[in-house]
Write a protein that binds this ligand. Structure first.
Ligand code: NI
Ligand code: MN
Length: 225
């Protein structure tokens, strides 16, 4: 299995048979090193509707005949924009897909579509793939129920936002890493824009000081697991 990071909150997971992408923000993402035409995917998972997460979903969904997994309102929105296959879900629900199980968790943020429509609640995502558990927190504040996510899951890799301003900053994300009790943390949602500049090395040091492992991935990096 491979995990690729494309900058901002855009994460790609390749299981060998399936390519699953989360929050595919390419157009307008100054950190993205790939082009929409280079992305092959079977499933697109969206944490919420904001433009820096919904991104190129319509083009990628249509061109790859990919299925969009998102909250009910956001999945319906994607369908209304021309995506052929959608799978609406909602918070707390999980479903077994051919590549593995997906569960949507709560996230404390907001969610609207790029053109300003209500997009349901924002979400985090738990992926259960071949014995590996991945948590993508989406855009969120620190919240105490992350502890419940940690108690009920054995998380191997957690993608946590550290950019501050719109989401957790470094110190809150360190606390989040403790709460979700993950083996490895990968910082996301920082340095894309001036207002979310953050020092990933400072985050890494703070995590290491409490005995947690941090993997800093640069856009284009991949991790074999
Ligand atoms: Ni957002
Ligand atoms: Mn965002």
């Amino acid at each position: 299995m491979k995990i690729k990071y494309h900058g901002h909150a855009f994460v790609q997971i390749e299981t060998g048979k399936y390519s699953i992408i989360i929050d595919p923000f390419i157009t307008g993402n100054p950190l993205a090193k790939i082009k929409p035409a280079d992305v092959r995917c079977h499933y697109i998972i969206l944490t919420h509707g904001h433009g820096d997460h919904f991104g190129d979903t319509v083009e990628l969904g249509r061109r790859n005949n990919a299925t969009v997994l998102a909250t009910f309102e956001l999945a319906n929105y994607a369908e209304s924009k021309g995506v052929r296959f959608v799978h609406p879900m909602n918070l707390g629900g999980s479903y077994q897909f051919p590549f593995g199980r997906v569960k949507l968790t709560i996230a404390h943020h907001s969610s609207s579509t790029p053109d300003g429509q209500y997009a349901g609640e924002p979400a985090g995502v738990l992926l259960y793939l071949d014995g590996i558990t991945i948590y993508h927190a989406g855009d969120t504040a620190l919240f105490y129920d992350m502890k419940l996510i940690g108690e009920t899951n054995n998380i191997d890799y957690a993608f946590l936002p550290i950019g501050d301003n719109f989401t957790m900053g470094i110190d809150d994300a360190v606390k989040a890493a403790e709460f979700v009790n993950t083996k490895n943390v990968i910082p996301v949602h920082f340095n894309t824009f001036d207002v979310i500049k953050a020092d990933a090395n400072e985050f890494k040091k703070k995590l290491e000081s409490i005995g947690r492992k941090c993997l800093i991935m640069n856009p284009g990096d991949e991790l074999k697991i």
